[in-house]
Design a protein around this ligand. Structure first.
Ligand code: ADP
Ligand code: ZN
Ligand code: ZN
Length: 802
């Protein structure tokens, strides 16, 4: 008998272990570990993952497995083991750990089909019979045919392919394309017939003499630098024609990337890359922290390290934060490695993501550039893992499994015996501390390319501005500098941070912010009825006439949104052309890119935006960066708020003067004395690190202590408190004296959607029993949780403490 051990798709305590099934004879050769299968479970048929195939089982009376869902394993042995590890590390169910590693298409609704992928003459007769005359048949028919094992061999040979057609309800976009019916000779003749002064039209014809497919109108215009009237003339003459065509592929995919060659490295780069190349050569695992200021040339180090890895016949994963996954970024990797690069980003549809994933599985690509989940790319021969902007909190997943991509990277790096490179200009405190202790190897690049100066940063005290009678949201200096740049035809970036879109009420004399009495979160100003409202609990109040803190009358709504800033800009600088980038203007696919392109091409003077413009921008003509208000993030109840403020301000400042022209940065703030604002102004990470480490040490936070957070929520306050109390008592009983268990206390946002929230925060250095204890709690309350009344979340190393 052959037995399959299966993790079934029922996320619950009782089912969080393998169940054994007999593999029916005709499937014995087919079913392999890492495949999904359909199995009977009670009265139902459900999905599961085969984690092992074995000759016998400890259980009697086994049911038979029904059928496989995949023709080849979709998780390899390494990823299966990684799933087990994730389960332990993040306290999730095994099934969730396996699911998170799959591309979305395999979790969505799809139709599965088998397709003949090559004209194969000596295909076995059985398979010919199954396929019939069609090139493609539904999976169900293949299963019924009883020759899955033969098909499997053909899949391995590459003659048969498996296709997942995702049922997507995405509307297909149609765009105007230009094409011609004329033959090349006819076109050439038409060109001769055009009058001499129609030079532009001749250029267009030249273009179509080369082209072999319709071109999108917009692209044609920008490529040739012509106006639509030129095209119109040719359309009227009947030489060209216009048609609506579907566009749906990945915005990066269809571009042609001009090839780039490795640059000769600077001395700093050489010094930094040498130890990385050594570990690649020796096939050794080591974690590096590449700490290099913005513009120091980290990306070139990534590229040349990857090149070495490819020469060895191994593969590379590059993680970048979702918002930095811009065409500019992609271009740098595709430019160097061409089609060997797959890109995984959220702008892709599930089907497109699956296409990219399949390229990885089929060994068609060697390099993956992607956001967090790309860390699970199913490469089997990894030679390097790179995490750019390693301090970004988006590398932590906030749903189950709550994994941090950095930890997964280091785990995989150890398995594959390859280096992991963490890069940043403002490393996370945790990583920098590990580098200081020698757990990671520190590689520093303190200088910009060609020793270019970092931009000068000026901090403006907005309270002072007000005292001197300036009530505008622009300080006098910033305005002066903007006008100067407009005159010089240089470009300006104005930055409004994340929560800038929700206006809050603040005293402009003392900086007091009006908070919700229940939620410890600032109230949002609603213009329509002149009231302040809490977005979490619904509390409402009138705007006070004077500041409760200092009695000043200069209390009013603040943190104006990008839209408001744009209005004001237009008012005071009517000649300036402004591009606004925020969630509203970039929600459509590709719009992000389009706006950036427009800015790069010089169609605007000022780029105004939220944090999405903080990263990756690298345009030579930007010489002024203005931060309208540095403070908003400092008010968050989070021990990382200073760190995040420092990082963001440093990142934004790094956007200016990256090329020949010198850059300048102006940071406006109501708390200029705060060390994270002050030291960001000096771009002094080392001093910030020292200062912040002291604060963390005093308050017993990471990196001195680990933390875990248990949050309990329920509609009844008493119940919430009493359960949190029990949990806290239990946890406490399982911890050593060295650990600190804070709770039960109300969460920083103590009530959301009418559910009370209480928490227990655990700070510890080494508590081998803690994970087990927390798992016990989840198991204990599982029934109440699954009935929906109670929610308990356990977050090991949380990034959101609210
Ligand atoms: P970082 O990623 O550290 O912010 P980049 O990799 O973007 O820095 O490098 C900044 C600029 O310097 C880029 O325009 C890059 O092309 C250029 N650059 C990097 N390395 C070299 C080199 N060795 N020689 C010349 N130019 C380089
Ligand atoms: Zn005040
Ligand atoms: Zn509230």
């Amino acid at each position: 008998m052959t037995i399959a051990s299966v993790i079934v798709d029922v996320p619950a305590k009782q089912t969080d272990r393998p169940f054994d099934y007999v593999i029916p004879d005709h499937l014995v050769e087919v079913v392999k570990p890492g495949m999904r299968v359909i199995v009977p479970f009670g009265p139902r048929k459900i999905q599961g993952f085969v984690i092992a195939v074995k000759p016998e089982s400890d259980f009697g009376k086994l049911k038979e497995l029904i059928e496989p869902m995949d023709i080849t394993p979709i998780l390899n042995q390494e990823l299966l083991a990684l799933g087990e590890w994730l389960t332990y590390e993040t306290l999730c169910y095994k099934i969730s750990a396996f699911q998170v590693m799959l591309p979305a298409a395999l979790k969505a609704k799809y139709e599965k089909k088998l397709k003949l992928s090559a004209e194969e003459t000596n295909l076995p007769a059985e398979i010919r019979a199954v396929l019939g005359l069609d090139e493609m048949i539904p999976w169900e028919e293949a299963v019924k045919s009883g020759c899955l094992n033969l098909l499997q061999k053909e899949v391995a040979n590459g003659t048969v392919e498996i296709i997942y057609e995702v049922k997507e309800r995405v509307k297909k976009k149609k765009l105007k394309h230009i094409w011609t019916n004329r033959s090349k000779q006819q076109l050439a003749a038409e060109k001769e017939n055009l009058p001499v002064q129609a030079a532009k039209q001749k250029e267009v014809i030249d273009f179509f003499l080369q082209a072999d497919a319709p071109v999108e109108l917009r692209k044609l215009l920008s490529e040739l630098g012509i106006s639509s009237s030129t095209i119109k003339g040719l359309l009227q003459k009947g030489i060209l024609e216009e048609k609506e065509m579907e566009v749906y592929r990945d915005p990066f995919g269809e571009r042609v990337f001009s090839h780039t060659e490795p640059l000769p490295l600077t001395a700093d780069q050489q010094k930094a890359i040498t130890p990385i190349l050594e570990t690649i050569k020796e096939i050794k695992h080591q974690t590096f922290l590449l700490y290099g200021v913005t513009g120091s040339g980290k990306t070139e180090i990534y590229l040349q390290s990857i090149q070495k890895v490819l020469q060895q016949g191994r593969e590379a994963i590059v993680l970048v934060p979702e918002i930095s996954l811009t065409p500019q970024m992609v271009k740098r990797f595709k430019g160097r490695f061409g089609n060997a690069v797959a890109v995984l980003h959220s702008g892709l549809s599930a089907g497109e993501k699956y296409d990219e994933w399949r390229k990885i599985q089929k060994r068609e690509v060697k390099v993956v550039v992607g956001a967090r989940s790309a860390i699970f790319a199913p490469f089997e021969n990894l030679g390097i893992i790179i995490i750019d902007e390693e301090h970004e909190t988006s590398y932590k997943q906030e749903d189950n499994p709550r994994y941090h991509a950095r930890n997964v990277a280091i785990k995989r790096g150890a398995t594959h015996q390859c280096p992991v490179v963490l890069g940043s200009a403002t490393p996370s405190l945790e990583s920098f501390a590990r580098a200081q202790k020698g757990v990671y190897t520190l590689l520093s690049m303190p200088n910009r390319m060609n020793n270019q100066a970092l931009p000068g940063v000026e901090i403006i005290d907005m309270r002072e501005e007000l005292r001197e009678g300036n009530r505008s949201m622009f300080s006098r200096l910033l305005l002066e500098k903007i006008e100067d740049r407009l005159e010089k035809k240089e470009q300006i970036v104005l930055f409004l941070n994340k929560r800038g879109h929700s206006s809050f009420v603040m005293c402009r004399d003392c900086g007091y912010v009006v908070n919700c009495p229940n939620c410890d979160i600032s109230l949002t100003y609603h213009r329509a009825n002149q009231r302040m409202k809490c977005h979490y609990c619904g509390y409402e109040a009138h705007v006070p006439n004077s500041c409760p803190e200092c009695s000043s009358e200069h209390i009013r709504y603040f943190g104006t949104g990008t839209q408001k800033v744009e209005e004001e800009l237009v008012k005071i600088l009517p000649h300036a052309k402004v591009i606004r980038m925020d969630v509203d203007t970039t929600s459509r696919k590709g719009s992000h890119e389009k706006l950036l392109d427009q800015f790069q091409e010089g169609h605007a003077d000022i780029l105004l935006g939220t944090q999405m413009i903080a990263k990756g921008l690298d345009f030579p003509n930007i010489t002024l960066v203005g931060v309208l208000s540095a403070d908003t993030m400092l008010h968050l109840p989070d021990f990382r708020s200073s760190e995040k403020t420092f990082q963001l301000l440093t990142q934004v400042s790094g956007r200016a003067g990256r090329h020949e022209k010198e850059g300048e940065v102006i940071i406006q703030t109501y708390t200029p004395e705060h060390y994270s604002v002050e030291l960001a102004g000096e771009q002094d990470f080392d001093r910030f690190y020292e200062k912040e480490m002291m604060v963390r040490k005093i308050h017993k936070y990471p990196p001195f202590y680990y933390i875990s957070l248990i949050t309990v929520s329920h509609e009844e306050l008493m119940k919430t408190v009493s359960i949190t109390e029990k949990i806290t008592a239990y946890i406490r009983s399982r911890l050593s004296n060295e650990a600190i268990c804070l709770g039960p206390v109300a969460s920083p946002i103590p009530r959301i959607n009418n559910r009370y929230r209480y928490q227990c925060l655990i700070k510890y250095k080494r508590e081998p029993e803690l994970n087990l204890a927390m798992k016990k709690i989840l198991d204990q309350y599982q029934q109440e949780i699954s009935l929906g009344g109670l929610q308990i979340s356990v977050d090991v190393n949380p990034y959101i403490l609210m």
